[in-house]
Design a protein around this ligand. Structure first.
Ligand code: GLP
Length: 244
């Protein structure tokens, strides 16, 4: 689905999320959201905060799971995704803190496997992800599932691609400061979501969006696995859709 600009596109995505939350409220159920970081979803979060303030949209019945976190990473670091989510969303809405899940970048190497298995269990126990929102990296990664990730991969500790570290370099004041690893939901975790919304803005994403949508399905471009999902939308602006 192409929108004239990322503002309109983000409004559409925020409205989809808000309508799921309201629908679940009427049913007396929790809405289960899969959330993403990066520059791409920030306007969606701005709109959700606005709906909370102006329209009284409540997040008390929302449980959410973020895709990924750098590893190791302290939650109070300026680079942590915990900090990012607090700043862009959680600090401004009425979500219960215990319902806002982000992979924990402080777990020890010994505990990481069990931790990741428990993250998966928690998603399942919540009833599975109703909507997973995604950005896309230049390597074709979704979450931090870099080239080589299998279609059935689950939450785990991964190594970041050189290109991904390069793209994160400015945030970290130099490539050498970017962590080499991350915790991420797997491709399989993402594929289990009932609905997937991938967003991409700008001409810098045009090439990888074309690969993801029209390319042969393969591990070297993990986003191509989304072609197998029966309820996945790519929400694009004119520039990111320009090679399609
Ligand atoms: C990071 C995140 C991804 C995100 C990607 C794209 O690698 N872990 O989830 O999709 O960056 O970032 P941006 O949205 O800033 O282009």
């Amino acid at each position: 689905l192409m929108h004239s600009n990322s503002e309109n596109a983000s409004l559409y995505v925020a409205q989809e999320i808000a309508s799921l939350i309201r629908q679940r409220q009427k049913q007396g159920k929790m809405a289960v959201l899969g959330l993403a970081t990066g520059s791409t979803p920030t306007k969606v979060y701005d709109f959700l905060v606005k709906f909370h303030r102006k329209e009284g949209l409540s997040f008390k019945n929302v449980i959410c799971f973020n895709l990924d976190e750098y590893y190791p990473m302290q939650p109070d670091s300026i680079h942590s995704y915990v900090r990012f989510m607090n700043e862009h969303l959680f600090d401004h809405i009425d979500i219960k803190k215990e319902n806002a899940n982000i992979p924990d970048g402080t777990v020890s190497k010994e505990e990481v496997k069990t931790y990741c298995e428990n993250y998966e269990k928690k998603i399942l126990n919540a009833g599975g992800l109703d909507i997973q929102i995604l950005g896309i990296g230049r390597t074709g990664h979704i979450g931090f599932n870099e080239p080589g990730s299998s279609m059935h991969s689950k939450t785990r500790l991964v190594r970041l691609d050189r290109v991904t570290k390069l793209d994160a370099a400015s945030d970290f004041f130099g490539q050498e400061n970017v962590p080499s690893r991350a915790l991420t939901m797997g491709v399989g975790t993402i594929m289990n979501a009932k609905r997937i919304i991938l967003m991409a803005w700008g001409e810098g994403k045009a090439q990888i969006v074309q690969e993801a949508v029209e390319g042969e399905i393969r591990e070297s471009v993990p986003a191509t696995f989304l072609q197998h999902h029966n309820n996945c939308d790519f929400i694009l602006d004119e520039a990111s859709a320009s090679f399609l």
